[in-house]
Structures are given as structure tokens and as C-alpha cells.
Design a protein around this ligand. Structure first.
Ligand code: ADP
Ligand code: MG
Length: 250
């Protein structure tokens, strides 16, 4: 689903990604962990076409990000084409970013209607089913300000799912939540994993990584330091940098 080959990304003189190689398979829960500033969010933004890489190759769903093949030549994607690609990728951020003036149901209905031109009635019906799935059917009429952080985050997940993405990116989805609200959000993510969604999850929740993750990459300073099965990397880290990081978050 995602393959990075020597991905580099710089902002001006600052090199943030220094040659990332990794592969995310279909239906895999792929955990990306590492200290603040290591380039995790930047990498997600590259996958989601929000940043252009400077060198290397990045494939999503078999296609080179930023380009399309025409005959035997590559052409840069136009903005409209990028927008089309981005529809297939759901993203959930640390801050929930719901539309504040819309109810939970309206938040989940909006993109399918506006972007995909789905009929409103059908979109609403699917949105209700998604709210049910994240355990919030009874909050459909609430505005974001009338929901807890954990509930808002679950609406944000439902909103991303409404576009029927092939891939979901989670950037520290529980970091801004009060501890007692984290479990409900992780439960929703666990359910998604069980349904076979391909997910890249940036998280400090090592329990989730160990129980739900299929693969884990530890990043530091813009490089992959080590990778493997979560139980392997977490249980028996090979590098001092990984051990130092884990001793702080475990
Ligand atoms: P992480 O998500 O692992 O904490 P980030 O990808 O957010 O790391 O950031 C990695 C580095 O890139 C940081 O040093 C950050 O300051 C820098 N950075 C991120 N976005 C930008 C930007 N738009 N312009 C300049 N520097 C940036
Ligand atoms: Mg980040």
C-alpha cells in the first residue's frame, strides 16, 4: 500500500527526512514511533500529498506520489489530480479539527456530499452508520463543543471513514486526550484494524502498538533506526537510541 525508497525531505537548509525506506502492506497496522522532531508528521504529510519529497521514491497504492505515468513518461500531477488521490487517504490529527458550526452528523456527511457529490439522504444514512460504529449514534445532533475530546476524535475518525479511504493515517490521535478518554479512541482503531483497514499510526501508546500493530518502525533524526514486529522491537530493542526512547514512554 505504501513503499518509501530513500525518501528525502528538506525545509530550506534543514533536512528532515534523510532517506526513509519502508513498506506498508495492505490491511497492516503500521506503527511509527520516535521522539518529537524525528520527522513522523512530515512523512505522513508526504504520503498524503501535502508535501513534495526532494529525493527518492514514494509509492501509495502502487502509484508514484506526485506523478502519473503516461506512456513511458512520468508527468507531474496537477492540483486537481492530487485532490483526487487525497480522497483515498483518510487522516486523523492530534487536534480533531471538526467543523465547529456543524453537528457530529453534519461533520460526517459534509465531504461525501460536497466532494463526492453523493446524495444527501444516502450520505446521511451512511454517516449515521459510521457514528454508530464509533459508538456515538446518540450524539449525532451534538456540536463539537458539546462533545468530549475523545468523542470529537471518534467523530473525526467517522468523518475520515465517510470518504471510504484505502488508507488511514493517524498522527498521534490520542496525545491531546485526557487519559480516561484514550481507551475509547483506541478501541475504535482496534475495530478498524480488525475490519482490515490499512493504517499508519504515529503513537506513543505502546500497549496499542504491541497488541494491534503488525509492524513498527522507530524513527529518530529523519532516519529509520530499527523496524520489525512490534513485540520484537519493543521487547528487545537493538539500538541504544530505541532503548533510550522506550524507557521514556513505556
Ligand atoms: P515529528 O512529527 O516526529 O515530531 P515533524 O515531522 O513534525 O516531527 O518535524 C520534523 C522537523 O521538521 C522538526 O525539526 C520541525 O521543526 C521541522 N519542520 C516540520 N515542518 C516544517 C515546516 N513546514 N517548515 C520548516 N520546518 C519544518
Ligand atoms: Mg508530529
Amino acid at each position: 500500500m505504501v513503499r518509501a525508497e530513500g525518501v528525502h525531505k528538506s525545509y530550506g537548509q534543514v533536512e528532515v527526512l534523510k532517506g526513509i525506506d519502508l513498506e506498508v502492506r495492505q490491511s497492516e497496522v503500521f506503527c511509527l514511533v520516535g521522539p518529537s522532531g524525528s520527522g513522523k508528521s512530515t512523512f505522513l504529510r508526504c504520503i498524503n500529498h501535502l508535501e513534495k519529497i526532494n529525493a527518492g521514491r514514494l509509492y501509495v497504492d502502487g502509484e508514484l506520489v506526485g506523478y502519473r505515468q503516461k506512456g513511458d513518461r512520468l508527468h507531474e500531477l496537477k492540483d486537481r489530480e492530487v485532490a483526487l488521490k487525497r480522497r483515498d487517504i483518510g487522516m486523523v490529527f492530534q487536534r480533531f479539527n471538526l467543523f465547529p458550526h456543524m453537528t457530529a452528523l453534519e461533520n460526517v456527511t459534509e465531504a461525501p456530499v460536497q466532494v463526492k457529490k453523493e446524495g444527501r439522504a444516502a450520505a446521511k444514512e451512511r454517516a449515521m452508520a459510521l457514528l454508530e460504529r464509533v459508538g456515538l449514534a446518540d450524539k449525532a445532533g451534538n456540536y463539537p463543543s458539546q462533545l468530549s475530546g475523545g468523542q470529537q476524535q471518534r467523530v473525526a475518525i467517522a468523518r475520515a471513514l465517510a470518504m471510504q479511504p484505502k488508507l488511514m493515517l493517524f498522527d498521534e490521535p490520542t496525545s491531546a486526550l485526557d487519559p480516561e478518554l484514550v481507551g475509547d479512541v483506541l478501541d475504535v482503531m482496534r475495530g478498524l484494524a480488525e475490519d482490515g483497514m490499512t493504517m499508519i499510526v504515529v503513537t506513543h501508546e505502546m500497549g496499542f502498538a504491541r497488541e494491534v500493530g503488525d509492524a513498527l518502525v522507530f524513527m529518530d533524526g529523519g532516519v529509520v533506526v530499527e523496524s520489525g514486529h512490534p513485540r520484537e522491537v519493543l521487547g528487545n530493542p537493538q539500538h541504544e537510541r530505541t532503548r533510550a526512547f522506550l524507557s521514556k514512554v513505556l
